[in-house]
Write a protein that binds this ligand. Structure first.
Ligand SMILES: [Zn+2]
Length: 94
């Protein structure tokens, strides 16, 4: 969900996240309770498409859509044998 910036007449800034269809034009200020008007969003063109922008998106998305993993340790592969010589199987193991 997009993040909207609101500002009251006293200058207090408030950010709130709403679905695009449900975004209000004004909300109550969190500091003074006055009506805060929605401001025009900045386009964030300088970081769009960058790794930092991807991190911001995934962080915001994880708040309401946690990532589902298939195993308890997805990044670790099972150990592979270091030798294929059958005589090495007879050696003592630690
Ligand atoms: Zn205020």
């Amino acid at each position: 969900m997009p993040l909207y910036d609101f500002r009251c007449p006293a200058g207090h800034g408030t950010e709130a996240s709403f679905a695009m269809a449900e975004r209000p034009d004004d909300i109550a200020c969190a500091v003074c309770g006055e009506t805060s008007r929605r401001r025009m969003p900045s386009p964030r063109l300088s970081i769009a498409g960058s790794a930092a922008f991807g991190l911001l998106e995934s962080t915001q998305r994880s708040a309401h859509e946690p990532e589902v993993i298939s195993s308890s340790n997805p990044g670790v592969r099972p150990p592979t044998p270091t030798t294929s010589n059958p005589l090495h199987r007879k050696l003592p193991r630690p």
